[in-house]
Design a protein around this ligand. Structure first.
Ligand code: FAD
Length: 444
């Protein structure tokens, strides 16, 4: 018999009872972070994923594409807008777009955002999520924050309703981590009404699906401008086969004398770099969320296998060496969950400027850490699953797919080495800045 009371069971028990398959707040352990609206959202999102994604992932993987109707469905069911919003629903979006789980815009916070990404991750791997909503999460925030009224009206409703698809196009064949090296050029036409764009972007998620590209270009004076480029003559995309994320629509994007009206610029010309960077923290945060759920799925599926598979006269989990592996995998996953939750709480309770000052480095470090955890946990899960873990389809399907996606979480969004370095540089800077303010205060 369980020692859990009815109150605890009703409030804090949800989903699978397999060890570590669910986060602590679903295993009977109270949490200060989650309220009724979070529970509603989790339930609605889980059902949505299990109904609309899970049964079809294998087929989509094989065809390397997502069906056209999926964006409209996700828009209508209230998934696209919250994905574009992140931790706060902008005022002008309230009552304009539905929210899944009957959650109100006032209730929405960073933990709701976390639940969306977390539940998406139960598909196993990130290809479907990146293909469907990667462009929204990466591109829409900059347009919403810095775009003109005209641009927002032109782009946002159609994307959040699933009638259009957007991708963020920064990286180029010769400029990845070092964004400042990009060469795609934009020249203003003689009549001053258009930009003429030439160049190439590489590894653009959702690129094969997109009809809008939020593109960072270099102007003649060497400054960087961000603008929305509609798919048209002269803009072509080609699918890039990467090791995992088969359904992510990863693409080369070629621009050959592509003509774009100047009113498609986001904010001010020459300020594009600043606008792009403004969303990096949220990108790193949600990549950490994806890595966490992928790690949990690896634990869930390998433990389930170890509870039923017999070797040398014992069920696998009865071998101490196998339990030792689970102990280390779960230790890392549970610590990652706690760090992530405390960071979401801190972000929620600081002003944007304070959060940037104190937590941009921490967010980068968390992103790197989450990838390191996933790499270890996915590797050990495959070891425990044996041949099943290397086989596409069947009981090891999710883990096998996640394994192919590990590096798609540790390279994009800021490579591990760069993230770790950034974390320490930011920590040193915060120390120096705070000390300087203290000295100035003492002198006054
Ligand atoms: C699956 C996938 C999806 C992507 N989606 C998008 C997208 O939607 N839009 C977009 O614009 N881009 C996208 N990218 C591009 C991604 O942002 C870049 O791959 C990333 O910035 C790294 O750039 P790079 O691949 O050119 O590696 P490079 O910049 O060539 O770096 C290679 C490696 O060198 C190391 N390194 C580099 N600099 C340093 C340093 N200063 N210190 C220590 N080590 C260093 C790192 O290990 C790094 O991984 C995607 C990439 C992938 C693989």
């Amino acid at each position: 018999m369980s020692a859990l009371s009815k109150d605890t069971t009703d409030k804090w028990l949800y989903g699978s009872t397999l060890p570590y398959a669910e986060a602590p707040w679903a295993r009977g352990c109270p949490s200060p972070y989650y309220k009724d609206s979070h529970r509603r959202l989790r339930d609605a999102m889980r059902k949505w994923v299990e109904t609309n994604l899970v049964p079809f992932v294998q087929d989509w993987e094989q065809s390397a594409s997502l069906p056209d109707g999926l964006w409209l469905k996700a828009g209508k069911d209230g998934i696209l807008m919250p994905m574009g919003a992140g931790a706060t629903i902008p005022q002008s979006w309230r009552d304009e777009f539905p929210i899944i789980g009957n959650v109100s815009a006032d209730e929405w916070d960073g933990f709701h955002d976390f639940i969306l990404h977390d539940e998406f991750g139960r598909v196993g791997g990130v290809g479907v999520e990146i293909g469907l909503v990667g462009g929204i999460t990466l591109a829409i925030p900059a347009i919403q924050r810095f775009g003109s009224a005209h641009l927002k009206e032109r782009v946002i409703p159609e994307v959040l309703q699933g009638r259009s698809r957007i991708a963020l196009a920064i990286t180029e064949p010769d400029a990845g981590s070092d964004v400042a090296g990009l060469q795609t050029e934009a020249k203003v036409s003689e009549d001053g009404k258009h930009f003429i764009i030439n160049g190439q972007k590489k590894w653009i998620s959702s690129g094969t699906y997109a009809n809008l590209f939020l593109t960072l270009v270099k102007e003649v004076d060497g400054s960087f401008t961000l603008l929305v480029v509609p798919r048209q003559q002269g803009l072509t995309t080609r699918h890039i086969t990467v090791s995992g994320s088969t359904t992510a629509g990863t693409a080369f994007v070629d621009f050959d004398d592509v003509k774009v009206p100047v009113d498609m610029v986001v904010g001010q010309r020459g300020q594009g770099f600043k606008y792009v960077v403004s969303n990096f923290n949220h990108e790193r945060l949600f990549i950490s969320m994806q890595a966490l759920r992928c790690s949990r799925v690896c634990l869930e599926d390998s433990i389930q296998y170890a509870l039923s598979r017999h070797t040398f006269g014992k069920v696998l989990v009865d071998h101490a060496v196998v339990r030792y592996k689970f102990a280390n995998m779960s230790r890392e996953v549970e610590a990652l969950q706690s760090w992530l939750e405390s960071l979401i709480y801190q972000l929620h309770n600081l002003s944007p400027a304070e959060a940037e000052f104190l937590l941009a480095g921490t967010t980068a470090q968390l992103k790197a850490h989450a990838g390191i955890v996933l790499q270890h946990v996915a590797g050990d899960a495959i070891q425990i699953l044996g041949g099943i873990g290397l086989t596409r389809g069947g009981r090891g399907e999710r883990v096998e797919r996640i394994w192919r996606d590990v590096k798609a979480l540790t390279v994009p969004g800021g490579s591990e080495e760069i993230m770790l370095d950034l974390a320490v540089r930011r920590a040193v800077k915060a120390h120096k800045d705070i000390e300087k303010s203290r000295i100035l205060k003492e002198r006054l």
